[in-house]
Design a binder for this molecule. Structure first.
Ligand SMILES: [Zn+2]
Length: 318
């Protein structure tokens, strides 16, 4: 599968909008068409990118008007374009825990970090440089679900399956059974490092096992190229490795920072965004000992920057 930016027709009335290189903020969307209607899976990190996608998908949506949007989870790179769909009277769905996090406050906190002084601001300007995060209006769902939900898209069944907390508190999969296709959201990262903001990591591994047991031939990840079960197994192996390594260090009495510094991930060590190991180890420690502090995402970003040896000279202007 070629991994170029834009519209990919996956066959059977299923489409993807891919955004290489899949690193911070470069997320994917999906589109499923039925008779006279379509359903979108996730919007993008900012309004210009989402507008560009909506324009690029018009050859499809002019024939199959957008009726429904599903957000796979609450992270801004999957919901920040929601207001553009709300303005078109598209019904927005998300899991209940995801909906609770899709607030203006959460969105503004991410936008603000690009304006901070110091290393954290520099790192945010490096990873979020290309995105216009100011002036986005938080737009949550019209309807929420928990567990499993079936959505009718012009006579066609699309299944929503809540699997979080894993990557975030409200992760959901979007399954199109008659096309044997799955939109995995950020339950699957391909070609980069997954980050367990919520966890527990065991639960994320369970979600990947569920995917491995599903009757699916193609999987659109939240970040990365269109993939299949081998990529799911590969990411599962990453999580199993991190979990085992972090647990061993916890049992040896190392503190979190010492554990992060001493882990050698072998073949996963050079993955893009490998510094996300910092959050993943922290997550394992928090599961093993609930008294381990839960720093906010910004503090974690500082740890990730340090682990990747971030230098402000890396910053590219937008
Ligand atoms: Zn994402």
């Amino acid at each position: 599968m070629d991994y170029r930016k834009g519209h990919h027709d996956l066959g059977d009335g299923c489409h993807a909008w891919l955004q290489p290189d899949g690193s911070w903020g470069w997320s994917n969307s999906g589109l499923v068409v039925g008779s006279g209607a379509s359903l979108m899976v996730d919007t993008l990190f900012d309004l210009p990118l989402t507008r560009e996608m909506l324009e690029g998908l018009r050859p499809v949506t002019d024939r199959y008007p957008l009726r429904t949007l599903v957000n796979t989870h609450s992270d801004p790179d999957h919901v920040n374009g929601n207001e553009l769909l709300a303005a078109r009277d598209v019904e927005i769905l998300a899991s209940e825990p995801a909906a609770a996090l899709m607030t203006q406050e959460a969105l503004d906190a991410v936008a603000k970090v690009k304006h901070l002084p110091g290393t954290l601001g520099d790192f945010a300007r490096h990873i979020f440089g290309p995105f216009e995060l100011d002036g986005v209006t938080a737009t949550g769902p019209d309807r929420t679900f928990t567990g499993q939900e079936s959505v009718d898209v012009g006579g066609r069944e699309v299944r929503l399956i809540q699997v979080g907390p894993a990557h975030t508190p409200g992760d959901a999969l979007v399954h199109v059974p008659d096309a044997r296709l799955l939109y995995a959201g950020d339950i699957l990262f391909v070609g980069g490092t997954p980050i367990a903001w919520a966890g527990p990591i065991d639960r994320w591994i369970d979600a990947l096992d569920l995917v491995l047991d599903m009757d699916v031939a193609a999987i659109v990840p939240g970040h990365g190229p269109v993939s299949g079960k081998p990529e799911v197994s590969e990411m599962r192996e990453y999580l199993v490795t991190v979990e085992a390594q972090a647990r061993r260090r916890y049992e040896e009495g190392l503190d979190v920072d010492a554990a992060i510094a001493s882990i050698d991930l072998g073949r996963f060590a050079d993955l893009p965004e490998h510094g996300r190991l910092a959050q993943n180890v922290l997550n394992v420690y928090q599961q093993l000992d609930p008294t381990v502090p839960r720093p906010d995402r910004l503090t974690v970003l500082t740890k990730i920057a340090a682990l990747e040896g971030f230098d402000p000279a890396w910053i590219t202007s937008p």
